[in-house]
Design a protein around this ligand. Structure first.
Ligand code: IPE
Ligand code: IPE
Ligand code: MG
Length: 250
């Protein structure tokens, strides 16, 4: 291992261990453009993006960020060409099967959020297995948003709560933020402190709409497959220079 690599395994000295985000969310965007720039088909960008995600997960572990959530497929992404959608579904399945053993060894707890019932059956099986096998792991909490839509998530929570009210199990006055959150896909997970979006786009694209109310947003022009530890270092550094006011006067 080179000196440079070994250094990057430790938290960079300019970052404050005590002020790291507890939860980082990432919109992994720009795979298609990364491939296009190289004259490759878009799917090659997705393929390459897997390595960037693996490295970010490991980096979070090395540097002490306890939770990472990655946006892998939105409810709107079904509108892409069939071959691309098929490739992505197969890629998710293949990667999950291949990486499960290593995630166990690294004590990763994986969880999938989104409308999982509409995913291909074989992918659902891998997802169930991954979540079950790692459920007692106490290392990094790794959440993958797949067939995820923030509006849909909020709607399904509303429906579940309305049904409880209808059945007389709940009074409307009992509905508060805590109860609402317990019906979200992300129940039990802390809100993201930092959202990173690659490829320069400045929008949420339906990602964690409720949970992101007070997330610090960091956008980089780097395309997702090129996002590495140096880029993550820059994002964390920017985060540590922000003043999080939560509506108060500091
Ligand atoms: C993000 O990269 C990956 C997914 C949405 C699955 P894109 O595929 O959106 O790449 P660009 O934005 O077209 O470059
Ligand atoms: C957001 O990226 C979804 C994922 C990264 C999975 P998109 O590329 O789908 O978002 P838009 O279309 O630019 O808003
Ligand atoms: Mg995109």
């Amino acid at each position: 291992m080179t000196v440079k690599q070994s250094k990057l395994q430790e938290l960079p000295v300019d970052l404050d261990q005590n002020r790291l985000p507890h939860h980082v969310a990432v919109i992994m965007d720009g795979n298609g453009r990364w491939a296009k720039k190289r004259g490759l088909p878009r799917i090659m960008g997705h393929q390459q993006g897997v390595d960037a995600l693996k490295d970010l997960l490991r980096c979070c572990k090395d540097w002490g960020v306890p939770a990472l959530t990655a946006y892998a497929f939105s409810t709107e992404n079904w509108g892409r060409p069939l071959e691309e959608v098929d490739f992505l579904m197969t890629l998710f399945e293949r990667v999950l099967r291949r990486e499960l053993q290593e995630m166990m060894a690294e004590n990763v707890k994986i969880r999938f959020v989104g409308n999982l019932e509409s995913l291909p059956q074989s992918l659902q099986l891998e997802i169930d297995r991954g979540m079950k096998d790692t459920q007692n792991n106490r290392g990094i909490q790794f959440t993958v948003a797949t067939n995820y839509g923030g509006r849909q998530e909020i709607l399904q929570a509303c429906k579940a709560i309305a049904a409880h009210v209808h059945q007389g199990l709940l009074h409307p006055d009992d509905i508060n933020e805590e109860l609402f959150e317990s019906h979200l896909y992300t129940a039990g997970l802390s809100h993201p402190d930092l959202l990173i979006r690659t490829s320069g786009e400045m929008r949420l694209s339906n990602f964690l709409l409720w949970q992101m109310a007070y997330a610090e947003i960091y956008v980089t022009d780097t395309l997702w497959p090129d996002f590495d530890r140096t880029q993550f270092h820059l994002a964390l550094s920017a985060y540590q220079h922000r003043e999080r006011r939560f509506g108060k006067v500091m």
